[in-house]
Ligand binder design. Sequence first.
Ligand code: NAD
Length: 464
Amino acid sequence: MRVCVIGTGYVGLVTGVCLAHIGHHVICVDNNEEKVKLMKSGQSPIYEPDLSELMKGSMTAGNLEFTSDLEYGVDNGDVLFIAVGTPPLPTGESDTRYVEAVARGIGAHLKEGYKVIVNKSTVPIGSGDWVRMIVLDGVAERQQSLATVGGNPSGEEALAQITAEFDVVSNPEFLREGSAVYDTFNPDRIVLGSNSQKALDMMVELYQPLIKRTVSDNQELPNVPVVTTDLNSAEMIKYAANSFLATKISFINEVANICDRVGADVVEVAKGIGLDSRIGTKFLQAGIGWGGSCFPKDVSALIHTADDYGYEAELLKSAVNVNKRQRLITLEKLQHELKILKGKVVGLLGLTFKPDTDDMRDAPSLDLIEQLNRLGAKVKAYDPIVSQTGMRHGLSGVIVETDPERLADGCDALVLVTDWQQFRNLDYAKLSKLMNSPVVIDGRNFLDRDAAENAGFHYIGVGH
Ligand code: NAD
């Protein structure tokens, strides 16, 4: 099928590349000219395992194009994905202005034939109908400008506009940064919301290779379940899923804080409760709290929506509050160990909000850097991606070192902020000798306590 993906961030680029890989012809549109230039040269603007290789493969096969020309994308796509950002506003609501701009732009370029407009961006409940309205506004504006600027539109063009036909589908995305390609090829389910059976049928056809698991790691598994529902329910599924996962993490963090006080070990507790099939082992790792571009904004947006409709989402508000407090737990632990932080040097192992990504949006490290600076500590950091690629993401108040030894040199404490796999195998004996005082706060309960202690560290975990 002919696909156009508008917005080539973590979701749009991965979606475009993966759809091209399974045989569709994909045009990726972005209004950031620099990004488009980079992608046209075969380079990915984001770090995501396997993405660059697949991208180059599909470009060579002629299945994947990049452009900043929205009209070209709309003209040549039967399925048009909206995958632009919906960042949080200070009030907690989603900022939908990028979705609005794209929907209006699609409307302004719709000419002939049937199109399916797919909302992949995470958008407030009710946005499906709103997108339809904005697209129609775009169509009307174009019709009006043709009538006023150039006199009456030519008969052919007027007819083409009148026959323009489209439906809107909500297709929320569940990929995780750091394993986005894997998640796209191995989805737990595909959610499609629309009131048009024709549009739903086209989406099922588009995803057929994924549904049949032709590119899954395990092709023996049964077909991927497809949840077809109405627009509002599809949009709510995305918010409910992220809110549940964030709440689960806040729950285990609360348990960890109680463990710290009563002398229990949250790692053992999580194992013990996670083996209950009703609970499950995932998202039960205690640590310094959740972050990233999705959980914080999606939970806030759902709280805000509930508020708009006269309901106070108390459980979700508590999950957010526990998370805010959790980010400061490391600070309390540092104060307990080092006492006065003014004049002390703290080294952060990891900066990104999770491993295998370069995404720094709402990363817990940012709060930690800000608070340590406020208390007069000097902050250094080493991150496998941020340090190696020179990406600084507007970081301030932190010296980004190029290797773990330079990081440890002269530090009063190390804090493991991101559980990058390679942090398990650092030469901790060497690092401890380079430090003023060999303290490590393991913000992810990721290191082997015995190994760290044998390497000369005073090890402190979270509820562990
Ligand atoms: P992003 O910020 O990484 O990318 C957005 C892209 O859209 C950017 O490249 C930007 O240049 C482009 N863009 C903005 N306005 C545009 C316009 N008018 N025309 C063309 N391009 C435009 O965002 P993301 O992380 O990929 O998230 C996209 C959506 O998917 C959000 O709603 C997010 O909540 C949702 N989502 C994200 C993830 C994730 O892990 N990042 C997972 C699931 C869902």
